[in-house]
Design a protein around this ligand. Structure first.
Ligand code: NAD
Length: 436
């Protein structure tokens, strides 16, 4: 099939590449000329495991192309995906200016039937708005479908190639048929394509992300209780997770959720609820708990130094909002940096993929190290903010000899508490006993 993907960021590039991988002809459109030039020139713009190989192969086979021209991008396409940003507006609502702006332009360019697909996360009613924006300038036949994306950064290629489910909101039989054919190679194992109306599909995405954020905030509160009551959250987590109704996944406490999706999507759902006079109380608490949790590790650090961290030098492992990505949008590490630097501390950071993005964002506010061990040289303590695998079983002798003091503040519970005690570290983590 001939496909166009408008917006070539994390979702658009993965979508375009993975659709090309099954033999489709894909043209990706982006307004960012630098990005388009890089991609068309064979240089990938994001770090996502497994993506580069697929990207190179499909570019070489000429199944994947990039352009800044919307007209060229959609001319021959039967299906046009919108993978555009939906950032939070000032009131927390999702800002639809990118989506509706492009929809308006598409309306001016359409000459034949196409299916326009909202892949971005958009509030209930957006498919109708996109339809209206296109229909202002195009009187022929077309369909607008809501097809929210559930991929997770870090495992996005796997998620796209073998999704747990595909949600498609449309009442058009023609669009249903096209999308069933398009997605057939991705659901060979029998995972469902769930057809529903547009509004239900739009709400499904927000409900999914909000539920996951709720799980995180819930466990962060359990961890807070564990710290106060002398329980171990790892034990409690295993104890509750073995109940199939609860499940083992997504029960890890930490330093709060971040990233480009959970914070904005929870906020947007609360806003949508308010608009229809509904107070979504649980989600208000989820956001509040998350804000508090992001400061929890900072508080522990301050407490350890009796309130004064001025002049202290910290090594920080991890900047990305989660492992296996270079994405730093709303990364908890950034808040930790802000809080510590504001209080006069000096930070040297290391992250396997995200340092370039952080450098661009905050310049020389902190130092960056070449390796996880160089990062430790002369630091008073180690802080862990992202659970990259390479941090899980480090060389503790190197840590011991590089740090001024054997002090570790672990926001991701990477190490065994008893083992850290045995090695002689002062070790604080989340929801588990502190040892020294
Ligand atoms: P992104 O910021 O990485 O990418 C958006 C891209 O759109 C950018 O490359 C930008 O240059 C481009 N763009 C902006 N205006 C444009 C225009 N007028 N024409 C063409 N291109 C334009 O965003 P993302 O992370 O890919 O997210 C896109 C959407 O998908 C959001 O709604 C997000 O909530 C949703 N989503 C994201 C993820 C994720 O993990 N990142 C997962 C599921 C859903």
């Amino acid at each position: 099939m001939k496909i166009s993907v408008v917006g070539t960021g994390y979702v658009g590039l993965v979508t375009g590449t993975c659709l090309a991988e099954t033999g489709n002809q894909v043209t990706c459109v982006d307004i960012d000329e630098r990005k388009v030039n890089m991609l068309q020139g064979g240089r990938i713009t994001i770090y996502e495991p497994g993506l580069e190989k697929l990207f190179e192969r499909n570019l070489k086979e000429e199944r994947l192309q990039f352009t800044t021209s919307l007209a060229d991008g959609i001319r021959d396409a039967e299906i046009v995906f919108l993978a555009l940003p939906t950032p939070p507006g000032e009131d927390g609502s999702a800002d639809l200016k990118y989506i509706l702006g492009v929809a308006e332009d598409i309306g001016k360019l359409l000459q034949d039937y196409k299916v326009i697909i909202d892949k971005s996360t958009v509030p209930v009613g957006t498919a109708e708005k996109v339809h209206a924006a296109i229909a202002r300038n195009y009187k022929g036949e077309f369909d607008v479908v809501s097809n929210p994306e559930f991929l997770r950064e870090g495992v996005a290629v796997d998620d796209f190639m073998k999704p747990d489910r595909i949600v498609i909101g449309t009442t058009s039989e023609r669009a249903q048929k096209l999308l069933t054919d398009l997605y057939a190679p991705y659901v060979r194992q029998g995972n469902p394509i769930l057809f529903m109306d547009e509004r239900s599909a739009e709400l499904t995405k927000y409900a999914a992300n909000s539920f996951l954020a709720t799980k995180i905030s819930f466990m962060n509160e359990v961890a807070q209780l564990c710290e106060r009551l002398g329980a171990d959250v790892d034990m409690v987590r295993k104890g509750i997770g073995s109940d199939e109704r609860i499940g083992k996944r997504f029960l890890f406490p930490g330093i709060g959720y971040g990233g480009s999706c959970f914070p904005k999507d929870v906020k947007a759902l609360v806003h949508s609820a308010n608009e229809v006079d509904y107070d979504f109380q649980i989600l208000s608490a989820v956001m509040e708990v998350n804000e508090r949790q992001k400061q929890h590790l900072v508080q522990k650090i301050k407490d350890y130094y009796s309130g004064s961290i001025a002049g202290k030098h910290f090594a920080l492992w991890g900047l990305a909002f989660k492992p296996n990505t270079d994405d730093i949008r709303e990364a908890p590490a950034l808040e930790i940096i802000d809080a510590l630097v504001e209080n006069g501390a000096v930070i040297t950071a290391y992250d396997p993929e995200a340092m370039k993005n952080v450098k661009t964002l905050i310049g020389d506010k902190i130092r960056f190290a070449e390796s996880q061990y160089e990062c430790l040289e002369g630091a008073d303590a180690l802080i862990i903010a992202t659970e990259w695998n390479e941090f899980r079983t480090p060389d503790f002798d190197k840590i011991t000899s590089a740090l001024k003091e054997m002090v570790v503040f672990d926001g991701r519970n990477l190490f065994d508490v008893a083992a850290m005690q045995e090695k002689g570290f002062y070790y604080e983590s989340i929801g588990r006993p502190t040892v020294s």
